[in-house]
Design a protein. Structure first.
Ligand code: 5RP
Length: 273
């Protein structure tokens, strides 16, 4: 049977006969932006998978973080539950985390029933060399901190863009601070007066007005200058009336898994001082 030229060409395309390998030029056909987005997702996936494989065991209670990286960790948890018949109980850190747990048909619980967790796994916006974190890019910092504080082990999953020497080097959006709505102006002023920089009310996208957290509060994003004593700054901010919680997670993470650009994963442990 003879095939016409267009049919032959289309078969050739489907069988990968279009071009010799050396003629394939990814930057021409795939924008750089897309290539790096693909690399970032792969880095997140690998970090999430490795954290779950190294820290999750049968009969554990887990804290489930929020954000885009944790989605990969939850995928892996669900797969292991199916394959290994693990008995796990999951406590969410946000509405998003609750949905993730339910969508993956994992066992949902809360801190009333499980106030002590074996492991909490969560993402971060930035990680410094001492494993201090900025969190709350997704606005879930308060519940994330409560859940992390209830866990024997707090494990963070991130991609290479989050790894920095000192906070603020990579994450430019500021430290998220959850505040009671009526206090957002006095808190904004108090932060600028005590520590400098500027705290701005986080505005919603696709909704008029500010972001409202899962707890019914507002978020300030504090763009700071020249801060190094994060432990005391965190304590001092928390003392301002109206502040619910800060996105500074100081001395909480035991280990951070970073997915790297080359497809490998490395981890960093907290030094015990
Ligand atoms: C949400 C968080 C997230 O864990 C943090 O923003 C990281 O998110 P992603 O994994 O999407 O980069 O703190 O409040």
């Amino acid at each position: 049977m003879w095939l016409k030229l267009p049919a032959l060409l289309s078969l050739g395309l489907r069988w990968g006969l279009r071009a010799a390998p050396q003629r394939w030029q990814p930057p021409l056909s795939i924008p750089r932006r897309k290539l790096s987005a693909g690399m970032e997702e792969e880095a997140k996936r690998k970090a999430g998978y490795m954290a779950v494989d190294n820290h999750v065991q049968d009969n554990q209670t887990l804290g489930i973080g929020s954000g885009s990286t944790i989605v990969y960790a939850v995928d892996r948890i669900a797969k292991r539950v199916q394959e290994e018949n693990l008995k796990l109980v999951c406590v969410p850190t946000s509405f998003q985390a609750r949905q993730l747990i339910l969508q993956h048909q994992l066992t949902l619980s809360d801190l009333d029933r499980h106030p002590e967790l074996d492991v909490a796994i969560d993402g971060a916006d930035e990680v410094d060399s001492d494993l201090n974190l900025i969190k709350g890019g997704g606005g879930c910092l308060t519940q994330e901190k409560i859940v992390a504080a209830c866990a024997k082990e707090f494990i963070v999953v991130a991609d290479y863009r989050k790894d920095s020497k000192s906070l603020g080097e990579k994450w430019k959006k500021g430290v998220p601070i959850e505040v009671i709505p009526m206090a957002y102006v006095p808190v904004t002023k108090a932060i600028a007066a005590k520590f400098g920089g500027a705290a701005e009310l986080r505005m919603a996208v696709n909704k008029a007005g500010p972001v409202v957290t899962d707890n019914g509060n507002f978020i300030l994003d504090w763009k700071f200058d020249n801060i190094s004593d994060w432990k005391n700054v965190n304590i001092d901010i928390k003392m301002i009336p109206g502040v619910v919680e800060t996105g500074l997670f100081i001395g909480m993470a035991e280990r951070v898994y970073f997915g790297l650009e080359d497809g490998s994963v490395c981890f960093r442990d907290r030094c015990s001082h």
